[in-house]
Design a protein around this ligand. Structure first.
Ligand SMILES: [Zn+2]
Length: 251
């Protein structure tokens, strides 16, 4: 079994509008903290060192993460939308399939037609709970500022096609599942159409599904199907997303 890491590293980066901050507490500082209740400091510890730790400040959507239905709106399918810690674990360990939809912002969001074409090309029939990974190649821009502005996104129609096939988890190797924020806002300004704004995300108010954003290295998976994906999200109380170390398991 080969394990292929499909996640980015949580790090301070210009690729995200809210950069992750990491404060490192050294082994020496850790000794002072641990010893404090007893009135001792680093000088009393073996080699002058205690235990290190890190303080991390980030959003629930920083780095590679899984969006939960409660991110899209307060309700889904007419019931309260489930948050990340409420979702069934079996959604996050299933057979995987990679669909190749390369391009950048100029190509527009990935369409249902492209997904059908790719499924045809790899001769694969989707089954319920498959984890579908859409490879656009946008991860090559991580960790530059262009990562936030230059990627494709996925149309509402393509999302609906997958969810209607029983898919619960769809992943994409770019900043977001919808087109870049600037593109959507400019289209709204131009047309006044409300459906220009986060249409694939808002589809999740009608039908329950999760999306993995900021995947990476999908090109390292040696075959389009015939592998498994593990993408368990971290449990954060009532959160609309959770970070995940996404891994492809290839026999
Ligand atoms: Zn997200």
């Amino acid at each position: 079994m080969r394990f292929i890491d499909l996640s980015v590293i949580l790090e301070p980066t210009r690729a995200e509008p809210v950069p992750t901050e990491i404060g490192y507490v050294s082994h020496e500082e850790g000794a002072d903290i641990l010893g404090k209740p007893a009135g001792i400091d680093r000088r009393h510890f073996p080699d002058g060192m205690g235990l290190s730790l890190e303080y991390v400040r980030l959003t629930s959507h920083s780095g590679t993460h899984v969006d939960a239905p409660s991110h899209y709106g307060p309700t889904c399918e007419g019931a309260p939308a489930r948050s990340i810690e409420e979702l069934p674990l079996e959604w996050f360990f299933q057979d995987g399939v990679v669909l190749d939809c390369p391009g950048d912002v100029r190509d527009g969001p990935v369409t249902r037609g492209e997904l059908l074409e790719q499924l045809d090309r790899i001769e694969y029939r989707l089954k319920p709970l498959d984890i579908v990974l859409i490879r656009t190649g946008a991860d090559r821009l991580w960790p530059t500022a262009e990562y936030f502005t230059n990627f494709r996104g996925v149309t509402e129609d393509a999302t609906a096609f997958l969810v209607e096939a029983g898919i619960k988890v769809i992943g994409v190797d770019s900043f977001g599942f919808d087109p870049p924020f600037g593109e959507m806002l400019a289209e709204y300004e131009r047309t006044g159409r409300q459906d220009a704004l986060w249409p694939a995300h808002f589809y999740g108010r009608k039908r329950e599904y999760c999306q993995i954003e900021r995947l990476a290295y999908l090109d390292r998976i040696p075959r389009p199907h015939g592998f498994r994906v593990a993408c368990f999200p971290i449990k954060i109380k009532r959160a609309g997303a959770g970070w995940s170390r996404v891994v492809a398991l290839v026999p």
